[in-house]
Ligand binder design. Sequence first.
Ligand code: ADP
Ligand code: TZD
Ligand code: MG
Length: 576
Amino acid sequence: MADAAVKQGPAAEVEQELTDGFHLVIDALKLNGVETIYGVPGIPITDFGRMAQAEGIRVISFRHEQNAGYAASIAGFLTKKPGVCLTVSAPGFLNGLTALAHATTNCFPMILISGSSEREVVDLQQGDYEEMDQLAIAKPLCKAAFRVLHAADIGIAVARAIRAAVSGRPGGVYLDLPAKLFGQVMDATAGKKSLVKVIDAAPAQLPAPDAIKRALDVLKGAKRPLIILGKGAAYAQADDAIRSFVEKSGVPFLPMSMGKGLLPDTHPQCAGAARSTVLAQSDVVMLIGARLNWLLSHGKGKTWGAEPKKFIQIDIEPKEMDSNVEIVAPVVGDIGSCVNAMLAAMGTWPAAPADWMKTVTTKRDENVAKMAPRLMNNNVPMDYHGALGVLRTIVKERPDAILVNEGANTLDLARGIIDMYQPRKRIDVGTWGIMGIGMGYSIAAAIETGKPVLAIEGDSAFGFSGMEVETICRYKLPVCIVVFNNDGIYRGTDVNSVSSDPAPTVFVKGARYDKMMEAFGGVGVNATSPDELKRAVNEAMDSGKPTLINAVLDPAAGSESGRIGNLNPQSVLRKK
Ligand code: ADP
Ligand code: TZD
Ligand code: MG
């Protein structure tokens, strides 16, 4: 609370405690358990950051708002509480907006709080400093957007923002705070009374008993059942219930990228290494916190085989049902409640059909055996498999470290090769396949979990947020970045045959990203072999010192667009 006191009245000398917009926002956030704010300072929020820090909120100051926004979004995913990002008006707001849209798309709870210019001037379009109608621009990109004009409304606005972000399907919320609001003064007692502590921000949503019965009947009747665990299942933090349910059902499971580790990838029921087989051959598929979007080929087409499937879907969002194909057993509710209701209603459950389990495990073991020798290669320059073989072992030995991953080949191959052992330890490009999450995610993961972070980054992917290595050094975070340096996007071998300009997909050859880390006092290592890579990563993970390892990869090792080259449109005019 502000302790400014003014004397009022002539002789009576009544002392009135005052507070202001700055402090009301801070108090409202603190009252609701917000411990960290990610952002970039400037007019009109510079003092807000200082005051928030002075009041005990951790303020993590970034070099670019997009990275602060991504940090807030993944903080939301990791903690089930809205991650808060703070930006300045117009350009700062726009820089943060990509992350807000990303949070909404990925169903992560986040609040973007942005300062804005004076309403009177903005609405008459008279050219204020950083003028922009931010509320209107944010609206279509988030779950809810609010503007506060009166200090007395701050408490309600923050409460609404929190509730909107975490209840139902989580997502991004925008809170617009015009400069004038921060300086507005009100009586401190009335101010305190105006704050709202949100009770039960994300209420349990119980599934209907007949929906549970319908789903279990369909699953029981399956000859070749499959469970798909998405990042919604990881977000739900119902880890024990999910594990019990999967194990009691005996059904093979396929984790989506960020669902990996809910049950270990080495679990006997894990079908991760038999993905194509289980998608094509299953007859009943139960989706838990996963959407039938492009990542699952929309539930139809060649990937899903010739025979029709029956889909069961557990999701908190009723509108998600039938979005791509018919869902024969929709179960609407929060995953914890739904899975617990399933467990309670299962009774004695038959073992999964033996011939199906045999098909799955045979295929899986075959694929794992095929991959094994490639992961042990000691080639110089390194290829993806040699480098990832080493990192795979390191993650196995350090299962509680957080793995951040982005790139094309660097992403697709790391996802397949590196086994995860614990829930919410793998965070990556998400629903959009977005580049640029790397450093923001690494910073938030280190701060929110206190665990060491290993970021495996394509050289292009790293470039989107690379300047934040300074932030990592400044806050002394235990982040080890491995840049898979293949001189470019997908490959470093493209040649422009018509001019001296480089081809659009290639970068400076032999670049030394490790020097960037050294510039800020961190550890830089140039690794040219799997052995060197292994030594450097282990050292970094042991010391907790900010480290960047430039892993020199064969520029010819990757393929165009990694695993999703099929999504590129084709031109009939292009010479092959
Ligand atoms: P993936 O990319 O891993 O397949 P998606 O992001 O497509 O996962 O799907 C996540 C789904 O999880 C969303 O449809 C979202 O509504 C749902 N979801 C998120 N949190 C919960 C929850 N607590 N309970 C139920 N469903 C949830
Ligand atoms: N911009 C944004 C924001 N997201 C994107 N996904 C892209 C551009 C396009 N893109 C990809 O889809 S992957 C990628 C880009 C630019 C980089 C791939 O190169 P890399 O990884 O060096 O990170 P590999 O290992 O060389 O394939
Ligand atoms: Mg590359």
